[in-house]
Design a protein around this ligand. Structure first.
Ligand SMILES: Cc1cc2nc3c(=O)[nH]c(=O)nc-3n(C[C@H](O)[C@H](O)[C@H](O)COP(=O)(O)O)c2cc1C
Length: 176
């Protein structure tokens, strides 16, 4: 114990990592020691030195990376043995009524894949960044945005994240 807070993330385009960096700022500002690590890069990371653990993951085509639930189930005992938190990043969460852990469809589905329940949870709206996507991803996401009233211009870049909500979650993590 004593290494402070570990924030583990699963990201593709980097937005979840950016949210983790904001959490890190908030927590370091409150005097905590913070380490960031990617689940994909460090699936076997020793969790025992850390006092608290936060896991954040983004949604791609309806799910978080399978390695996220696999990691959380395999490491259940270590995670449950200390204060822990989970957050999801997806664009459906930009919609009122789908923006809390209890109402976001991906979080609800994800929790059914877990054999346990994280102590603190949050869901944040993500980012649309069409210039970053390959042709097919761009077409598919634009179509979904057209269906759901989101941005469809082919070069749109829209950050839906409520950064105040991220910071409030950071404070909750600091106190958990
Ligand atoms: C190929 C692709 C598929 C996506 N699928 C979904 C989806 O099924 N549901 C959703 O709410 N958001 C979806 N998103 C939006 C992402 O969750 C959002 O862009 C998020 O900010 C990505 O975070 P990351 O950069 O950490 O991977 C998708 C984005 C991309 C690029």
């Amino acid at each position: 114990m004593g290494r402070g807070i570990l924030i583990l993330y699963s990201t593709i385009d980097g937005h979840t990592r950016k949210i983790c960096e904001r959490l890190q700022q908030v927590l370091e500002g409150a005097g905590h020691r913070v380490t960031l690590a990617s689940i994909a890069d460090q699936p076997n990371l020793d969790l025992s030195p850390f006092d608290k653990i936060v896991i954040g993951a983004s949604i791609r085509y309806g799910q978080h990376r399978p390695q996220v639930a696999d990691f959380m189930n395999a490491r259940r005992r270590e995670l449950e043995g200390r204060p822990n938190a989970f957050f999801s990043v997806n664009v459906v969460a930009r919609k009122p009524g789908k923006d809390t852990p209890a109402t976001n469809p991906y979080v609800k589905k994800f929790l059914r894949q877990l054999s346990w329940r994280p102590r603190e949870m949050a869901v944040f709206a993500g980012k649309i960044d069409y210039p970053k996507y390959d042709f097919w991803d761009r077409q598919v996401i634009r179509f979904i945005m057209w269906l759901t009233g989101g941005p469809t211009e082919r070069d749109a870049v829209v950050d839906f994240t409520d950064w105040n909500k991220v910071e409030a979650f950071g404070r909750r993590v600091g106190e958990m």
